[in-house]
Write a protein that binds this ligand. Structure first.
Ligand SMILES: [Zn+2]
Length: 577
């Protein structure tokens, strides 16, 4: 064995040492070398080791005066490394920089979506549920109408992919947020807090409609409610809206006490604002009575029941029903239209007017037949102004912000127009078969928000939900309805005029979210209203007995003209006059 001379060995070691120093100096002070070293580590997925180099690289580039846009690509790689191995806070900060850089506009949509998803997950892991909710609420906006459906209509689409991400996050929110919030957890200025509350409410409202979403919804809505209650007060429509979404969820998860508090607060706020004899109160009284019953507090429930009957009788002069009933039926203002109650191809209303003449803002050229609606005036109603005036007033009342513009997209459609339309775009599911559309009655309107169909997540939709009845409109196709053939016939944009009195009766005494059942059994509801008979629970509602207007109940498109289940006389399908 030859032993190397000591001097040679020393020279060799010194050489290695010098190389290491030189390399270290190079990557520490020379950005280009640092860049190539970082790129190699990134390409090898060596996340842990790449972090130090990446941070150093960014520091060097910034010293050289690099702009945020020039740093974005490095930041993206570094954020990924931090997400895998490093600090989640730092990953979030870097990702957020990337999202506001010019790089974000060049990224593929899917890539941008993934970055946001990473940010949302990290925020959730860091305990920043409100920030995460903001991102998922944004996903709901992008998903648009797909988010309103139980099953995506276009499963492979970008919109559907956003819906799936939101659905996948449901359990994380249920874990992260307690179902009851005693304190406001939003942050920033008052405006920012309210924006955060809007996101919380939007996401909570979405989960509320999903199977198994009660706990996630309770946490999110309760957080939104607390902020709105604190900043806006109990009587503000946004606070009330959140309370009305949250209350039923509390009841479902057996938190009756919390539900009672919500309803009581809403009731007292409304009582102060509108007076104790206002029929607006009956909604809250009904909800309260239901809570009492579920807790076995029957005496209190009965007391409310009596109170509500009095309010109700005040609001509906009994005699008006008798005088209106026959005429309404002839005018078809109250008739149901669906697969179970189709219209004949000859049905044409005789009081069509151009909506433009009544200051209804339009989506389309006013000369199109679709821009007409029925006048539908109820002659013996003192304050009845007819459909177009009521529609203009409703749109005006809900046209509250500059970033949502409301217009009429579609009013009257003849049988043949509906037939053409169904033939052309029926596959999209937003058009009903000819003869089954309320548009042929001239009493239905499709509303656009910013020139696309109104969505459940629009502010204007919330406003319609709360106020449409005051102007005589109801939502014809609520979530989960089975009135029309097809997978999903929820239509948040489609509002039907039934007249103020009937809309009020539906709201006060009708079955919840069953407009077609209500219209089919309207004479029964009217008679009971006259007699002051009231049933608070749907299972006790005798008017609903034997009424089945769902497609699934009968595949026969022609409805029976006689039989228990038809209160409505189909012989008047073609108007006699
Ligand atoms: Zn419609």
């Amino acid at each position: 064995m030859i032993k190397p001379p000591k001097l040679l060995s020393f020279i060799f070691l010194a050489g290695v040492f010098a190389y290491v120093i030189a390399f270290w100096v190079l990557v520490t002070v020379d950005a280009d070398s640092a860049q190539s070293r970082f790129d190699i580590l990134v390409s090898e997925n060596a996340y842990g080791r790449s972090i130090g180099h990446g941070e150093q690289l960014i520091a060097l580039r910034m010293e050289q005066g690099a702009t945020p846009d020039e740093l974005a690509e490095t930041k993206l790689d570094l954020a990924n490394a931090h997400r895998e191995k490093g600090k989640p806070e730092r990953a979030v900060a870097l990702y957020r920089d990337v999202l506001t850089s010019r790089l974000a506009t060049r990224l593929e949509l899917a890539e941008r979506r993934n970055i946001k998803k990473h940010v949302a997950d990290l925020e959730l892991a860091l305990g920043h549920s409100v920030k995460a909710a903001g991102i998922y609420a944004e996903f709901l906006d992008i998903a648009g109408d797909e988010a309103a459906r139980q099953k995506p209509r276009f499963p492979g689409s970008m919109e559907a992919s956003y819906v799936l991400l939101v659905q996948a996050a449901m359990d994380s929110f249920a874990e992260a947020l307690p179902p009851v919030h005693d304190e406001d957890i939003t942050t920033g200025s008052e405006v920012e807090k309210l924006q955060e509350a809007t996101s919380l409410a939007k996401l909570g409202g979405y989960y509320a409609a999903q199977d198994g979403g009660n706990y996630a919804a309770a946490g999110l809505l309760s957080a939104a409610y607390r902020t709105r209650l604190t900043l806006l007060g109990p009587a503000h429509p946004d606070t009330l809206h959140t309370a009305l979404l949250l209350g039923p969820i509390y009841q479902e998860i057996q938190r009756h006490k919390e539900a009672e508090e919500l309803y009581l607060s809403a009731f007292h706020a409304q009582e102060r604002a509108r007076g104790s004899n206002n029929p607006d109160l009956s909604l809250y009284i009904r909800l309260l009575a239901d809570v009492y019953k579920k807790q076995g507090r029957f005496t209190e429930a009965e007391a409310l029941n009596t109170h509500i009957q009095r309010l109700f009788k005040d609001a509906f002069g009994a005699r008006r029903y008798v005088t209106n009933k026959l005429r309404d039926r002839r005018m078809d203002i109250n008739r149901p239209v669906s697969a179970a109650f189709p219209l004949s191809d000859e049905y044409i209303p005789d009081d069509l007017v151009k909506a433009e003449g009544f200051d209804v803002p339009l989506s389309k050229n006013s000369d199109l037949a679709e821009m007409s609606v029925r006048m539908a005036t109820e002659l013996d109603e003192d304050d009845d102004v007819g459909l177009p005036v009521a529609l203009a007033a409703l749109i005006k009342a809900c046209q509250t912000s500059d970033d949502e513009t409301l217009t009429l997209r579609s009013g009257y459609r003849s049988f043949s127009t509906q037939k053409d339309l169904y033939g052309r775009i029926g596959y999209r599911g937003t058009v009903t078969q000819p003869g089954m559309s309320e548009h042929q009655l001239g009493l239905a309107v499709d509303i656009d928000v910013n020139r696309r169909l109104m969505r459940q997540t629009d502010r204007a939709y919330q406003c319609f939900e709360e106020n449409a009845w005051r102007h005589g409109f109801i939502l014809s196709y609520p979530p989960g309805n089975k009135y029309l053939p097809g997978e999903d016939t929820y239509e948040p944009w489609h509002w039907r005029y039934v007249g103020k009195r009937t809309a009020l009766l539906y709201r006060e005494a009708g079955p919840i979210n069953k407009p077609q059942e209500f219209l089919a059994a309207l004479p029964c509801y009217e008679e009971r209203a006259m007699a002051g008979i009231w049933s608070i629970a749907e299972e006790q509602d005798v008017c609903l007995e034997g009424v089945n207007v769902n497609v699934s109940a009968s595949t026969d498109p022609a409805p029976a003209k006689t039989g228990d289940n038809v209160y409505y006389d189909n012989n008047s399908v073609v108007p006699s006059d």
